[in-house]
Design a protein around this ligand. Structure first.
Ligand code: AMP
Length: 400
């Protein structure tokens, strides 16, 4: 069976067509600059980049172009659209309405839109992608897979904030957490790898990428996570500030003459590693600059690693110990320096890494970088959010 996975953003739409018989990727690519002049579709064909420039005023044209290209005589990967058995969509937010993936029925789509305020930058384009797909493939099952639902098992004490309770009951202000498909995937892989299925397990998963979040996972279930009401919370990230004393946002607005929306935008887009270093949000640039003696680049890396370390400490307290620490995503999988900085001086928790193993390059496989004899397993696990979405899609659409 073949599943098309769609991740629709405000001006982009990424896709993967996955053969679920062997879980291999048949085709992958993405449309960029949707609704902006100069839109194009880019994908790999026989190892070469192919770019098709075409106006895409809405997500519908983008989806149509993706599907046309998938069955194209020259660049096609399949003979007909009928070969696509189901479509899985990444959707940011389930609010408190769903605790797992659901069918993309009209009713569920409306429910998702009813909470668009909780994530306007993602939720609306995510659903635009679902609607556009339904229009073009009316008889193909659509499945919605959420970034938040893995965290729906958190206990109240982890998700209620110290503000009046009515703000939760009336306005649903609470911790939701994000990157759920990634935390679910890598914690599940760790449990399998360590043979902990059906046993008690305490795992801390560090999804460190352009956006970063840390989760505490007990017996396969999330009990706490660092991202919060929105993906702005937790550790400082590429361009996001991470947790801030709320007074700071009001103060920034007053000092820089910005309203609340502008201030939030500033915290989301101009802060984090980019804001501290003044150079880049990319850890490769920061490492190069730090090695050339740039203090602010080194400081940004130090702040990041220190912040991740503090979450590991607090989550080992929340879990009552830790059996396994997992690193994943762009930084977690590739940046041995950051892993080393994070793990330094965590010996008291039983976390020690083998420097040589840690320095080995990412090979796309699970890597055990634990120092011989250390109590806690430290694993590098490549994340695969698309595969999780495709698996969920088969389960929800066909019960497989
Ligand atoms: P992601 O959001 O998971 O795609 O991660 C993207 C981020 O990973 C980039 O912005 C970089 O900061 C980081 N990254 C990717 N490759 C490397 C690498 N080889 N070394 C260090 N950081 C990397």
């Amino acid at each position: 069976m073949k599943v098309l996975v769609i991740n629709a953003g405000s001006s982009s739409l990424k896709y993967q067509l996955i053969d679920m018989d062997n879980e291999s990727v048949i085709a992958k690519g993405g449309c960029e600059r949707i609704a902006i002049e100069g839109s194009f579709l880019k994908f790999k064909f026989n190892g070469e980049d192919v770019v098709i420039e075409q106006p895409m005023p809405t997500h519908s044209e983008a989806i149509k172009l993706v599907l046309d290209t998938l069955v194209d005589q020259k660049y096609g990967f399949i003979k007909s659209m009928d070969e696509i058995d189901a479509v899985g969509h990444r959707v940011l937010h389930a609010g408190e309405m769903f605790t797992g993936p659901v069918l993309g029925t009209e009713e569920n789509i409306e429910k998702c839109l009813s909470i668009k305020e909780l994530g306007p930058l993602h939720q609306v384009p995510n659903i635009a992608g679902v609607k556009a797909c339904k229009e073009v493939m009316p008889n193909t099952p659509m499945v919605l897979v959420f970034d938040t639902t893995f965290h729906s098992t958190m206990p109240e004490k982890a998700y209620i904030f110290g503000i009046p309770y009515e703000l939760y009951t009336e306005h649903k202000i609470r911790r939701y957490g994000f990157h759920g498909t990634s935390h679910r995937f890598v914690s599940g892989e760790a449990i399998k790898y360590l043979g902990l299925e059906g046993k008690n397990s305490k795992i801390i998963t560090c999804h460190l990428g352009n956006g970063s979040s840390i989760s505490a996972v007990k017996d396969g279930k999330c009990v706490d996570t660092s991202m919060s009401f929105t993906p702005l919370g937790g550790v400082p990230m590429g361009t996001r500030s991470g947790d801030l004393d709320a007074s700071i946002t009001e103060f920034i607005g007053r000092k820089l003459g910005m309203d609340a929306t502008e201030t939030l935008n500033y915290c989301n887009k101009k802060s984090g590693m980019l804001g501290v270093s003044g150079i880049s949000s990319d850890f490769r640039d920061l490492r190069n600059a730090a090695e050339e003696g740039n203090h602010r680049a080194k400081l940004a890396l130090d702040i990041f690693a220190y912040s991740v370390k503090k979450f590991i400490g607090s989550y080992s307290a929340a879990l009552g110990g830790v059996d396994c620490l997992v690193f994943t995503a762009g930084i977690g999988e590739n940046d041995g320096n950051i892993r080393k900085m994070v793990c330094e001086e965590l010996e008291y928790l039983g976390i020690e890494i083998d420097e040589a193993k840690n320095a080995e390059r990412n090979n796309g496989q699970i890597r055990d970088i634990t120092k011989a004899g250390a109590k806690v397993k430290v694993l590098v696990i490549p994340t695969n959010e698309e595969l999780v979405i495709a698996r969920d899609t088969l389960k929800v659409a066909f019960g497989k």
